[in-house]
Design a protein around this ligand. Structure first.
Ligand SMILES: Nc1nc2c(c(=O)[nH]1)N[C@H]1C(S)=C(S)[C@@H](COP(=O)(O)OP(=O)(O)OC[C@H]3O[C@@H](n4cnc5c(=O)[nH]c(N)nc54)[C@H](O)[C@@H]3O)O[C@H]1N2
Ligand SMILES: Nc1nc2c(c(=O)[nH]1)N[C@H]1C(S)=C(S)[C@@H](COP(=O)(O)OP(=O)(O)OC[C@H]3O[C@@H](n4cnc5c(=O)[nH]c(N)nc54)[C@H](O)[C@@H]3O)O[C@H]1N2
Ligand code: SF4
Ligand SMILES: [Mo]
Length: 751
């Protein structure tokens, strides 16, 4: 169970976190006001005077995992706050973190194991027992393994609780076909590009608090909210950092920028090449760093020599003088510049190259291991609880990208597009079972019709989730997991002090339940229990590494000489000394011979992306502060904040079309796909004429999400033309184009 905090320890920790409470106000209001979303104030549930404070958990409303305390009254959770002892988020959490209370008590949550006695996509649910459910899952998975081999199973995991089943299916059962959204629809190309430039992954390893200039390409911090990262960014701005934002839209970051580059979408790599070529030609780069740590610099300089300012200006549709201004500002402040690697980078199917360019620019400026630069502090070490490796050799042999000799710089797992194509075509082998565990593949993966096709041809579909999101409608068996507030997780959140000017510290924070599983239902289980029960039925009882999630957590903590008992004494967060993060110089492969040998460009390279057809605008998307994709849409607090996703349209375009803010519209794409629901128009000067923007994650079609169903437009339904990044196999999602539909009439976007 969660750890009860003494009043004294709570107050002591709160005092030291005074600074961070200011941030929560900014997060709650400023970010949204700037991006144009009007918010109503929260109605807080009563007073918190007579509550007990518990610690020992972290948030799962998004994947950043801020450390929490909970306020309990009569065993009921009434409020969540940041753990004041945290050296990461401190006492701040965002609106979504706050609303975790309403996920816990959402009456629409999955409660019992369910069997679909209707059709996939149009389910009719029958309540069954756990034994029945698990027996059926095991029998049907066994059937697929017998007929098709373990490679006949595809796994789509995401989040803390999905790692354990994912490893089971790969290492023990032996399927290579797992595709994590965090790689193939999120940050895969970023991490692979940095690994193939610096030898280490990118993460978000920029020291923004100490930067003299911060450079954001599309990264819309303030709408994209990860609390400690927002704090780093704000601290940098407070300390006087110049801010350069490259975005076709007036984002909340653009609103704070010294230079806002309203770039033509899809041309960022050309922009970066023009900057780098200018710096090289002018000799305004860190020659000492490049000489000492650079590889293939001459080849690189030659390869980008064509990219002069005018060339870039023409492609990117921005003034040449602005590219020069950005380059000069970066050079002037080097090496104390944060070239942000981005996070969601799967944009156009040309993304590995853009990320390579970002890494090379960082190297050119010598902004590695320096104050304000690319810095990777060391985190603490934990123990491991692993499944034995008895199946991964089989998995290796059946890895699709290796069989096809394609995507040689792919992140771990198998590219989603290959799994889907293989499942639909049956070639080179059949894929007949699908497991979606914490991933809503209907709304997460572009090319929705193909995802449905893939699911329809399966012999068996298993979904494990907490809410009835769209993917659950396609399950044959649907299993309810305990929410993050009711369970132990073996995944332990670790990290370091967010501001390197402060004392260097590392932290270790486990997840323990804040409340008991809700008594009325008592039918939900955690992922360790579910996976172990499946493993027993599939003949792997002997391989189970730990009987319960609590036991696993103890083993993981033991690796750091810790225990739950010890963590209880430490209010849920163990702190230990860290080391000076500065001074590590990474090599920079300006020209990468391995890439060249594999047939890819050895130096960062710009490839044009498809243009909008006549009468269409490009559809782009992003985050809003109060939602996480689709997972938060049914949450009563968050739904009340922003029930629909405004569709951003350029003011001049709107005038020509006779449209105004608040108009109710649909979108129709280049393949004639019409959005299933409507949303409201937001007319603004803050977006280019060739671009339409909206927030991702809206428009769920599952009637079991009673607050969210059919509210807003699902961007994914309109992204019918996914592209695939040639180096990594990750998806590109911004090559689909739309027109507006009002009162049944389709309106062409003027050129
Ligand atoms: N068009 C478009 N596509 C995108 C993006 C975009 O911006 N636009 N963003 C991409 C990015 S960056 C990412 S990271 C992915 C995110 O993709 P997903 O992770 O698929 O997105 P979520 O909406 O968070 O859905 C996750 C699922 O996990 C369930 N869930 C939540 N908590 C738990 C839990 O504790 N246990 C279990 N078993 N299930 C749980 C939710 O109910 C939901 O069904 O989407 C990618 N796809
Ligand atoms: N509130 C909230 N915060 C979140 C999340 C959430 O769901 N909700 N999800 C988290 C996750 S998993 C991730 S990966 C991150 C993602 O956060 P980011 O990495 O910041 O997201 P992106 O989707 O890459 O960026 C969207 C921005 O890119 C701009 N853009 C579109 N096309 C282009 C282009 O061609 N060039 C340029 N330069 N800009 C372009 C859009 O206008 C928008 O402002 O956010 C995280 N934070
Ligand atoms: S950023 Fe918000 S939603 Fe994400 S983990 Fe932190 S509090 Fe939770
Ligand atoms: Mo992501």
């Amino acid at each position: 169970m969660a750890f009860q905090m003494t009043r004294r320890s709570f107050l002591q920790a709160s005092a030291s976190a005074a600074l961070t409470t200011a941030l929560s106000g900014w997060l709650a209001s400023g970010a949204q006001a700037r991006s144009g979303f009007v918010r109503k104030p929260f109605t807080a549930p009563g007073s918190f005077g007579d509550t007990t404070t518990v610690s020992g958990s972290f948030c799962e409303m998004c994947f950043w995992r801020c450390q929490l305390v909970g306020k309990l009254r009569d065993g009921k959770l009434v409020k969540l706050e940041g753990n004041p002892k945290s050296i990461d988020n401190g006492s701040s959490i965002c609106a979504r973190g706050n609303a975790g209370v309403k996920l816990l008590y959402d009456p629409d949550r999955l409660k019992y194991p369910l069997k679909n006695v209707g059709k996939r996509g149009a389910p009719v649910w029958k309540r069954i027992s756990w034994d029945e459910a698990l027996d059926e899952c095991a029998a049907r998975l066994q059937g697929v393994i017998k007929n098709n081999g373990p490679q006949g199973i595809a796994v789509f995991p995401h989040g803390c609780s999905a790692t354990y089943p994912m490893h089971y299916f790969e290492y023990v059962v032996g399927t290579p076909n797992n595709s994590e959204a965090s790689f193939f629809q999120c940050r895969g190309p970023r991490d692979m590009a940095y690994i193939n430039t610096f030898g280490v992954g990118a993460d978000e390893s920029v020291d923004m608090p100490n930067a003299k200039a911060i450079f954001l390409i599309g990264t819309h911090i303030g709408e994209n909210i990860h609390v400690s990262h927002v704090k780093q960014y704000l601290k940098g701005l407070e300390n006087g950092a110049k801010l350069i934002v490259v975005d076709p839209r007036f984002s909340s970051s653009a609103a704070k920028a010294d230079i806002w580059v309203q770039i033509k979408p899809g041309t960022d790599t050309a922009f970066l090449l023009a900057i780098m070529n200018y710096l090289v030609k002018k000799g305004a780069y860190d020659k000492a760093y490049v000489q000492k740590n650079g590889e293939g610099f001459d080849k690189f300089a030659k390869a980008i020599a064509h990219a002069d300012l005018e060339w870039g200006a023409k492609i990117c549709d921005v003034p040449a003088a602005q590219i020069k201004e950005v380059a000069d500002l970066l050079a002037k402040n080097a090496p104390h510049v944060s070239i942000h690697p981005g996070r969601h980078v799967t944009w156009y199917g040309t993304d590995f190259q853009r990320e390579r360019a970002l890494a090379c620019l960082t190297g050119l400026l010598g902004a590695i291991g320096t104050k304000g630069g690319f810095v990777k502090p060391k985190g603490p070490k934990l123990g491991k609880v692993a499944w034995p490796d008895i199946g991964s050799e089989h998995a290796e042999e059946f890895a699709l990208h290796k069989m096809a000799e394609k995507y040689k710089f792919s992140p771990p797992g198998t590219p989603t597009q290959m799994i889907r194509d293989t499942a639909i075509s049956g070639k080179p082998y059949p894929i007949k079972a699908c497991i979606a565990w914490g991933q809503n593949i209907i709304q997460t993966i572009p090319g929705q019709q193909d995802t449905v096709k893939m699911l329809q041809q399966m012999d068996f579909v298993l979904v494990v989730d907490v809410m009835p999101t769209d993917i659950t409608m396609y399950a044959d068996i649907l299993l309810p997991e305990l929410s993050y507030l009711e369970r132990y997780d073996y995944f332990v959140k670790t990290g370091v002090q967010w501001d390197f000017n402060d004392k260097q510290q590392q932290y270790i924070a486990p997840r323990t339940p804040f409340v008991s599983p809700l008594a009325a239902d008592h039918q939900r289980k955690d992922s360790v229990w579910i996976t172990n029960e499946l493993a027993k039925r599939l003949g792997h009882a002997k391989q189970i590494p730990a009987p319960t999630s609590e036991a696993m957590l103890e083993k993981v903590l033991a690796g750091a000489n810790l225990s739950l008992a010890q963590l209880k004494k430490e209010d849920g967060i163990h702190l230990q000394p860290g080391s000076d993060p500065y001074g590590t110089a990474y090599p920079v492969k300006f020209f990468n011979e391995d890439l060249a040998e594999a047939g890819y460009p050895g130096a960062p390279n710009y490839t044009p992306v498809p243009e909008p057809p006549h009468g269409f605008a490009r559809l782009v998307y992003g985050r809003v502060p109060v939602h996480t994709f689709n997972r938060s849409q049914n949450n009563v607090w968050l739904n009340a904040e922003m029930p629909e996703n405004p569709i951003w349209l350029n003011q001049e375009t709107a005038q020509k079309l006779g449209l105004k803010s608040g108009d109710r519209i649909s979108l129709v794409n280049q393949d004639g796909v019409v959005s299933a629901a409507t949303s409201i128009l937001k007319v603004t000067q803050g977006i280019r004429k060739d671009t339409i923007f909206t927030a991702h994650g809206y428009g769920t079609r599952n009637p079991a999400m009673t607050n969210a169903v059919n509210k807003g437009i699902d961007d994914q339904a309109l992204i019918t033309k996914p592209s695939v990044d040639p180096e990594t196999g990750a998806h590109g999602m911004r090559n689909s184009f739309v027109r507006i539909m009002k009162d049944g009439k389709v309106l062409s976007i003027p050129a």
